[in-house]
Write a protein that binds this ligand. Sequence first.
Ligand code: IPM
Ligand code: MG
Length: 374
Amino acid sequence: MSDSYSLLILPGDGIGPEVMAEVRKVIAWFEDHRGMRFDVSEDLVGGAAYDKHGKPLADETMAKAQEVDAVLLGAVGGPAYDDLDFSVKPERGLLRLRKEMDLFANLRPAQCFDALADFSSLKREIVAGLDILILRELTSGVYFGEPRGIHSDDNNPDNEGGRVGVNTQRYTSGEIRRIARSAFELARKRGNRVCSMEKANVMESGILWREEVQWVHDNEYPDVELTHMYADNGAMQLVRNPRQFDVIVTDNLFGDILSDAAAMLTGSLGMLPSASLGAKMENGRPKAMYEPVHGSAPDIAGQGKANPIACILSFAMALRYSFDEGQAADDLEAAVEKVLADGVRTADLMGPEGGTPVTTAQMGDKIIEALGAR
Ligand code: IPM
Ligand code: MG
């Protein structure tokens, strides 16, 4: 009998609950067929939490997230919450989880499944076989730097409108070194190459970033190939020749932007999973939260149109990184690949070549079927 794995599920807003329902099916399948045991609890985050508690993450939910082996999050946000005060916006719930769990390493793999290569906005020959990993620093930088805010610009009479908006890009050497170590560790298990991206040509924090990543490399990981690139060039290279990369390591804001671009290379934002990892807990597992890279997609919520694959692949990452169930993760990923190869398509994946159109729930069922056939 294996250990029981504790999971906190936070479906969130928009399409979050629909895609998470498919993950629930996958969890049940692994319990029924692989003898795994999951101790699953569910709670609210984002707008759903705001509706009930007046804030996007209740303190009890935060406390629960600190205790479980892993958190699985759907998506947060929606037009109903656009006018809320910044401090209670749905996104703040997500950022609080990342910050308080100290999930500094955000893994965003971008893999192009062969069946979807024609689906990318780039030509097949540029994206076929693509397999890169963007490692985004997730708990610092301009997302959290102080000072921040919007205030009046009293001393500057020439400023039309009279206000200033301020955010601060701030990185300590320690923060850079720990994310750099994660990048080199991950690279050793892949293609052994790291490309670090910043804007050292205009930002001091970028200079520090470059120096510290190089320091970690020279002192601890000289066997891994390291290159540096300005992030704007990196964005261009990602769409010019994305296969030149193996692991890309970058800061919070550049990572946010570059990972969206990388996602589109693979055909659909509905395909991309992510893992956010922190330090090891007492039981040896890393603090962890898994979430699809896509957002809450309010325009299609509740219509059975959403693609559950990103969320299901996020669960596969949980199997791999939190539970050490590498074989189960491989099987789940292979089941997804099989279903795609069979032409099963949610609306976002429906191209000119056609295929079998399915709803969110049918996609989940097909993946379970393919799992069963393995
Ligand atoms: C992401 C999202 C979030 C971010 C939002 C929802 C706060 O875009 O996870 O990429 O900017 O980090
Ligand atoms: Mg983003």
